[in-house]
Design a protein around this ligand. Structure first.
Ligand code: FES
Ligand code: FES
Length: 152
């Protein structure tokens, strides 16, 4: 039976009826049309579905929509402002850290979480922060360079 939940996504409040087995990833994509959140493995392995929930990165394929009740979610769509792309989005594009782009949303959100709590991470800290995000294309070096280019 569907249950009504309230949540904030990218600063906007929603009330949505969700099935008990609906994941947060599916709610974001199919109820809210936020297709920037990708679904790869749907088993918590690849990190492509990473979003930030109440300040912490989570694999949204492993979070039930009901668990997001009264929570605040940031997806990749929430990073861009009227000023334009978020510096991380800009750096990923400029440094060649995006190839197919499937990992990029999750990767950027993991990097954002790192920089929010540690504005000057070293390379080991950057690699650790994105260790839950798999990329089949870039070999990670350009991703690390992009994050380095944004750190304070
Ligand atoms: Fe969620 Fe892979 S789709 S971790
Ligand atoms: Fe293709 Fe990372 S850019 S998986």
């Amino acid at each position: 039976m569907k249950k009504l939940i309230s949540l904030t996504v990218n600063g906007k409040s929603y009330q949505i009826a969700t099935e008990p087995n609906q994941t947060l990833a599916d709610l974001l994509r199919y109820e809210l049309g936020l297709f920037g959140t990708k679904k790869g493995c749907e088993m918590g392995d690849c990190g492509s579905c990473t979003v930030i929930m109440d300040g912490k990165p989570v694999n949204s394929c492993l979070v039930l929509a009901m668990q997001a009740n009264r929570r605040s979610i940031t997806t990749i769509e929430g990073l861009e402002s009227e000023k334009g792309l978020h510096p991380l989005q800009q750096a990923f594009a400029e440094k060649g850290a995006i190839q197919c782009g499937f990992c990029s949303s999750g990767m950027i959100l993991s990097a954002k979480h790192l920089l929010d709590k540690n504005p000057k991470p070293n390379e080991a800290e950057i690699r650790s922060a994105i260790s839950g995000n798999l990329c089949r294309c870039t070999g990670y070096q350009k991703i690390v360079e992009a994050v380095k280019g944004v750190r304070g």
